[in-house]
Write a protein that binds this ligand. Sequence first.
Ligand code: BG6
Length: 530
Amino acid sequence: MPKVLSQSAPSQTPVSSPAPEPRLPSPLPAPPTTQAGVPVPDCDVIVFGGTGDLAMRKLLPALWHRDREGQLPGSARIIAVSRSEASDTDYRDQVGAVVGPAVATDDEAAFVRFAHRLHHVTLDATGEPARDPGWSALTDLLRGGDERVRVFYLATAPQLFGPVSRGLQAAGLVTPLSRVVLEKPIGWDLASARAINDEVGEVFDESQVFRIDHYLGKETVQNLLVLRFANTLLEPLWNSSWIDHVQITAAETVGTGDRSGYYDGSGALRDMVQNHLLQLLCLVAMEPPGRLDRDAVRDEKLKVLQALRPMAAGDVARCTVRGQYRAGAVDGEPVPGYSTELGTLSDTETFVALKTEVQNWRWAGVPFYLRTGKRLHKRTSEIVVQFKPVPHSVFPEQTGQMIANRLVIHLQPNESVRLLMMTKEPGPGGLRLRPAPLNLSFADTFGTRFPDAYERLLMDVVRGNPTLFMRRDEVEAAWEWAEPILHGWQGSGEPPRPYHAGTPGPAAAIALIERDGRTWHEDHEEEPSL
Ligand code: BG6
């Protein structure tokens, strides 16, 4: 048991002892507020899949950090729902083992308070709605709390979104103040996404449905909106007259690990491209919304998705590359290939690179190159906006050294925005030109801990702000565009191209961009900051 959980709360019952608790803890005297001053309502967060990978790795740590910052009201409860036969005490210990090691000594009392918020309900949601005895246990726990915000977070396979929603309805747990959070991917193709949205829509109104894409909660992704719309500098250049192309990369060094069961039925296109990468593309390409409210932003993103050049059958072979990692070495450590990790041969892709276009007045003729993969040579997520070269060089002897301006938005790690400029190398002996970045490093400038994306998004759900969540029509438009790629791959019968773990992916991905006379951006092309 972690040290923090073996301690007692100041003048309270020890966390690990099963002492009787009031059904609804009484709130703290002063309601906590967000930074924006919007009060956080009393709430219960009910996590289906509460012992799973996402809950343990992301959701519980996120809730802990928000609680530690004083954002959760005193009466807030976190109720994990899973099939495991765990008591509240067992669950608190499980969470303590995951979150506890990161708790600083002076936070221990706060962590004990957090642990008191945790409950566990054993429930199998796959059966007949509300038949499992777990539904009565959940109902008992929530009884009397209809005036509180209820967040049902479905951190489960998408096949369960419908059954869980029906179960909640049958148990009478859906109130006007209830919200449901659906983890991506929503379905595995357009038809399944529609069916899931329909099923959930029979229970929850669209305004109660929060489809989460955690990339939208990342600091640098939010900063993209600020960069574009709180500065006058970029917007006049943000079009096909000045921009040559855009690259969006989400590269990981990790493999599929414990998630290979889920991942093998999904693959990189469904896992990363259909949602995270397309959402980033939308934020780069969308028109300025009239205001930052729930629908204005999502309306603009939808227009981008609808303007993506459809992938015709012939385009799939020409404009996409899929790959799968073989054994190799990452960070000097040997790692097995995907099929060895999975324990069976598979044609699931762990890498995708593709080229698309946004067919509208602003972006006509500007290619957008997207790539993502697992077990690559480095972890990096970035958006690169490559400007066009100068129309005429007044430095004829230096023309070979001239590099066109490039804006690099580094989402992770080392969040930064860098604008690559040509500069004069200091010293006499003629004009020697050299590219160097204007560098806005978030760590150097703000020097704070950046909250994990889930922290912001979870609080947005509790406060009822859906601006950063995907609307039904967005998800379906994204599937409509992505599905022909899946069909094209299936129809071709070709297996994914192999690449060694620890490399930048299959050679064909490099050829995809080099055919157009361009190259993928690599950090080392940039000199140290000015
Ligand atoms: C998840 C995918 O949505 O995003 C994972 O399911 C992926 O496969 C993860 O590893 C990447 O997120 P991040 O925040 O680490 O870039």
